[in-house]
Design a protein around this ligand. Sequence first.
Ligand SMILES: Cc1ncc(COP(=O)(O)O)c(C=O)c1O
Length: 397
Amino acid sequence: MSPDRQTAPDFDEIIDRRGTNCSKWDMMEPVYGVSPDEGLAMWVADMDFRPPACVQRAVEEMAAHGVYGYAASDAAQREAIGWWMDRRHGWRPDPGDIFTTHGLVNATGLCVDAFTEPGEGVVLFTPVYHAFARVIRAAGRQVIECPLALDEGRYVPDFEAWDAMMTGRERMMILCSPQNPGGRVWSRAELEGWAEFARRHDLILVSDEIHCDLTMPGVTHTAMTRIDGVADRLLMLTATTKTFNIAGAHIGNVIVSDPKLKARFAARMGALGLSPNSFGLAMATAAMSPDGVEWLEALRRYLDGNRRLFEEGVAAIPGLKPMPLESTYLEWVDFSGTGMTREEVLARIEGEAKIAVNHGTSFGLGGESFQRFNIATPRARVAEAVARLKSAFADLQ
Ligand SMILES: Cc1ncc(COP(=O)(O)O)c(C=O)c1O
């Protein structure tokens, strides 16, 4: 049955996802040896919540119709993106500049494929979302890891150090904005710095902004498209899938306004025979609506409550230090203060507390002493995770 349009979302509801071919819960045992019956899945970056009712209705309408043929076009989705970006991020893309891909890992692969050659360098600012390096390496390109600096416990760029690392063999940089796993929302000045860095080293700039809607209340994201002097080298990646928890729809967008870049990207999309999935189109288009906005505002308030509970609870455990979260629902916790080896830390988190987390090492240089916790789950589970961590590290207190 369709959820009632008027009903406020109940993010406290525990929805059993086990046995639904769900990566986060059903792969926990094979990957971590933690049974989903007693474990807490805080790894894969999706949420344990239903999407807004408008998305559910779109899927039900398609199911009720019952004929699942080719979609006519993605024009309605591209119009909806224009409306959404204008309303949420103060900038309206031309629908003609928008390409629809099978999600943003796919979009990253397409950008690497279209704008770099085998053996060339793609610059990442680490620690950063692990799939970037995986895709770059799989395509036979070099990953150049430029470590972010730490300033009072928050990541900041270090352009001077990175300038010295460039060799002239680099062709592209991928910026994660907002940043996963550190949760930073980059300031306009920092983004201008990155734009200058791209110009200085003649790099194509791929800006992955999948987390742009998930800012904490009071924090404002600046789209890279609003930074001057970068349009001729910019590919911006956006999606509805993190915002509305529809990652299984595998839909995302590349926005590119420069005519030469656009023509080259279109040619690669054509050569690979890519066209969008109709369920993804219907879900994304329905989500970018006034109902979607209302749901998102409720979600952001809820996530902010989870963030406080988690950060206060974890910061009170000696040796553990969460990075303050400005966007995303992914808490990045430094365990270096425990003085323990990585193996000991993980034995306590996974073996004792039975929490599945993303290992810091998978995010590249600088992630070694960290672990990533997904807090987009009913609050009772976040409270349970904090209690289990307190108990697993009780001897430090
Ligand atoms: C920065 C970033 N980009 C892309 C993705 C995944 O995108 P998709 O599911 O559209 O392939 C994630 C998922 O966590 C992410 O954090």
